[in-house]
Design a protein around this ligand. Structure first.
Ligand SMILES: Nc1ncnc2c1ncn2[C@@H]1O[C@H](COP(=O)(O)OP(=O)(O)OP(=O)(O)O)[C@@H](O)[C@H]1O
Length: 801
């Protein structure tokens, strides 16, 4: 009985089903497709026969169709019979002449399209075939102005003939020839992208433009299915080259400081270039691999994830401040004085140097020295404090040796440090032109380069630093960078902020960029229990994403989305576009102190596995002690950012090396990724600026709700076996009445009737089971209702209350 009532389970689905027109039916499509192909074949036979026997049949084809068909004395030679002969006459001679064969091609592509076999671009093919039909018939009409004595066939057909005649009278024969030529070139260029590039290259070569070898290779790449990753790689390589050149250009300002020649540098540059070329070849290979992707599906316009908010406007740079308070540059006097002090101090300890070179950064100047042969590096390293003392500067850091350069670096803070504005780094060419998946512009390096990374490659970041050293600003910089590059459909944030103040300003982005649990009020999570549920829910999302990736044979979310966008994945089979999810946890220490393992384990799991499915995590902490940043966390967060910390031990805890204790604060930071440590001056973005950016976004139309994460039932929610009837849900009585009235124990019915989440409906169902209203769960079937009438139910409810 209960099963019968299952019918209205999903009314919208039902409505959809009944609305499906008959011509979308698979069988109908198949029959229709085959019919169209048969007609095409028949016409092909008729047309070809017409070419041979048209002249012989000509006299009979002047008769009206009915007379021709029904008069049995009339015989035609056309292999497709009288109808075929008559059709050929109408389409060929009265229509478009030899170009009429294009009709057969059109019918064939329509037939294959209906059968679902047409993988080409249908609308494009259709349109161009039509254009070609007209073009060809006019051309043939122009060339074969008169039919030859014996021939009964108009090569250009009546239309071609009339049209070409009319055009000739209008612009003259030469004009028509010119028009046909120009239109042929236009058709060719518009229709064939490859042909266009071929033509362009031909013309270029003719101009004898000297194109370097790698550029010639890049040209077709633009057009092929080049992946964003490969583009970003090319750009990154470019950046490396720049990074090598830039310090040199800086040196020009301080020529007096430089002692040695630049020959070595040139060699390095050559080597980098060689590497770059090798890298480029690799990229090309990768593209070929991807072309062989076996999953192909029916042709449609590409899916556009941004379509729902297509009018969304990215925040403008004007929303950000310049923060340029007339920052003084490092003077030559300062450079020379520092250089002299370094040289003197080292000399004092009998360390001779052969070369010293300065690279000026926004807050720090790096003095690179090459000690004389035989000097032990450790000796210089041990003099760190002495050099600091003699330079009377805090924050001296010695890097001995600078990896990959064979020199020793001494970083000295500038007397008047520069504030690196967020605006300046976001307006940098490097950021503007970056095509990385999740580009983050964090600040400027020691060589005044914009420091940029792709969060996808990092892929989770641990940020630590003593209070007031720029951690919150750093996190805001990361978020702002992403907001300037990613559309709301491509990126979602989960904000966890136990302090309740730091990330709250982003709550206005709820309907654009935030993800939350269903039924959750607050978009920024502050409650520990909710943090647990959210992290576990992200784990569920991660598992679901892995399942979808597996089904789609995709290795990562980028590949998956690419397939989804090109409609190779069927949404009806559960596939969906996957936005990146960036989880930002501020004050991680507070969470670990209160919830310990319950928080640590889901975080570690996400950190271990979520990279491929587009989930990334950034956790920030003030207290970088080993009980907070445990081995499990450390092992899974290869990228770490350290602002100034109080002690060397703290520095070791974050970076596995000292150094963060010697930073100068105010956004001065060390970034460790793998074995590389880079000193970067973090960009500065003030809270009012972030607020402006957020309100710019939130004032625009958003999605109806935040991005909903999967539901997660916490462990401390009572399970079915341990239902507490003293603590019944307030909808319990009403739900019991609905169940008994309908005689159907279905959770989804309760969920629908009361517009509540599945979890709550499930809990009510468990309570109904414990109260004896329904029987135990029977898998996907509705539960048996144990109370038969409303009277018995009211009695039971009275007893329970
Ligand atoms: N990149 C920067 N450039 C210049 N000044 C900065 C920078 N970052 C931070 N500051 C300065 O340091 C102050 C403190 O920064 P911030 O609030 O980010 O510290 P914090 O480490 O988050 O502190 P807490 O842990 O107490 O929240 C800022 O108000 C600003 O004046």
């Amino acid at each position: 009985m209960a099963v019968k009532r299952k019918k209205p389970k999903n009314p919208t689905k039902k409505a959809k089903k009944s609305r499906t027109p008959f011509f979308k039916n698979e069988k109908f499509k198949f029959v229709f497709g085959v019919l169209v192909l048969l007609v095409a074949s028949y016409l092909l036979i008729a047309f070809i026969s017409f070419l041979f026997f048209g002249a012989a049949d000509q006299s009979k084809l002047d008769l009206p169709w009915s007379e021709l068909v029904f008069d049995s004395t009339i015989k035609v030679q056309n292999k497709a019979g009288k109808t075929g002969a008559w059709l050929s006459e109408v389409v060929f001679n009265q229509g478009f002449g030899l170009a009429s064969f294009i009709f057969i091609y059109l019918l064939a592509i329509i037939g294959f399209k209906i059968l679902g076999r047409n993988k080409g671009r249908f609308s494009k093919n259709f349109f161009f075939s039509f254009v070609l039909l007209i073009w060809l018939s006019v051309t043939l009409g122009l060339i074969f102005t008169k039919t030859e004595g014996g021939s009964a066939i108009y090569a250009g057909g009546k239309y071609g003939f009339v049209l070409s005649n009319w055009l000739s009278s209008l612009i003259g024969t030469f004009g028509v020839v010119l028009l046909l030529f120009v239109s042929a070139v236009i058709i060719f260029v518009v229709r064939f992208d490859k042909g266009y590039h071929w033509l362009k290259n031909r013309l270029r070569r003719k101009e004898k433009v000297d194109i370097p070898a790698f550029e010639e290779e890049q040209e077709p790449l633009e057009d092929s299915n080049i992946t964003d990753e490969s583009i970003s790689k090319v750009i990154e390589d470019d950046d490396i080259v720049k990074a090598i050149f830039e310090p040199d250009s800086e040196e020009d300002d301080s020529l007096e400081v430089e002692i040695a020649s630049k020959e070595e540098k040139d060699e390095e540059v050559n080597e980098e270039k060689r590497e770059e070329e090798e890298e480029l070849e690799l990229t090309v290979k990768k593209i070929q691999e991807e072309e062989g992707d076996p999953i192909q599906n029916e042709e449609m316009e590409d899916y556009d994830p941004t379509l729902d908010l297509s009018e969304f406007k990215f925040p403008t740079l004007e929303l950000l401040e310049d923060h340029n308070f007339g920052n003084a540059e490092v003077s030559n006097e300062e450079l020379i004085s520092n250089k002299n002090k370094i040289v003197e101090t080292l000399r004092h300890y009998k360390i001779e140097i052969t070369k010293i070179r300065a690279t000026i950064g926004p807050t720090i100047t790096l003095y690179e020295i090459v000690p004389a042969p035989g000097i032990r590096i450790s000796k210089i390293k041990n003099l760190e404090d002495d050099i600091a003392l003699s330079l009377a500067a805090l924050g001296i850091r010695i890097i001995a040796p600078i990896p990959g350069r064979g020199t020793i670096g001494i970083e000295v803070p500038n007397q008047s440090p520069e504030v690196v504005s967020m605006r300046s780094i976001l307006s940098s060419k490097k950021f503007q032109e970056n095509t990385a998946e999740l580009p983050v512009a964090l600040g400027k390096t020691i060589s005044n380069e914009t420091y940029l990374f792709d969060l996808v490659k990092m892929p989770h970041i641990l940020v630590a630093g003593a209070t007031g050293q720029g951690k919150s600003v750093g996190v805001n910089v990361i978020i702002t960078s992403l907001l300037y590059k990613k559309h709301p459909s491509q990126l979602k944030f989960v904000f966890v902020d136990p302090k309740k103040v730091e990330l709250n300003l982003y709550s206005v982005l709820e309907k654009h960029y935030l993800a939350k649990l269903p039924g959750e009020e607050e978009p920024v999570i502050t409650d520990i229990q909710k943090v647990k549920n959210t992290l576990n829910s992200i784990n569920v999302e991660m598992d679901q994403r892995y399942d979808l990736l597996k089904k789609a044979h995709a290795r990562n979310v980028k590949e998956y989305n690419k397939k989804f966008i090109s409609r190779k994945l069927n949404p009806e089979k559960g596939h969906k576009y996957m936005p990146y999810i960036v989880v930002i946890i501020d004050e991680f220490a507070d969470l670990i102190m209160t919830a310990g393992k319950e928080i640590e384990l889901p975080i570690a799991r996400i950190a271990q596995l979520a990279r491929a499915v587009g989930i990334h995590m950034i956790i920030a902490t003030q207290r970088p002690s080993t009980n907070i940043i445990t081995g499990v966390i450390k092992a899974n967060f290869p990228a770490r950012i350290a602002f100034k910390v109080a002690s060397m031990i703290d520095s070791r805890t974050i970076l596995d090396t000292p150094g963060a204790n010697q930073l100068i604060g105010k956004g001065d930071m060390l970034i460790a990724s793998g074995s590389n440590i880079t000193r970067v001056q973090c960009a500065f973005v003030d809270t009012p600026e972030v607020e402006k950016v957020c309100s710019f976004i939130s004032e625009q139309r958003g999605y109806p709700t935040a991005f909903l994460l999967p539901e997660y039932v916490g462990d401390d929610e009572p399970g079915p076996g341990e239902v507490d009837l003293n603590n019944k849900d307030e909808l319990f009585d009403d739900a019991a009445r609905v169940v008994v009235m309908n005689q159907m124990g279905s959770t989804s019915m309760i969920q629908r009737k009361f517009s509540i989440g599945y979890n709550r409906a499930g809990r009510i169902m468990d309570q109904l089971e414990a109260a004896g209203v329904v029987g135990p769960s029977e898998g996907s079937k509705a539960r048996q209702v144990l109370i038969q009438d409303e009277y018995s139910l009211e009695q039971l409810l009275n007893d329970l209350n």
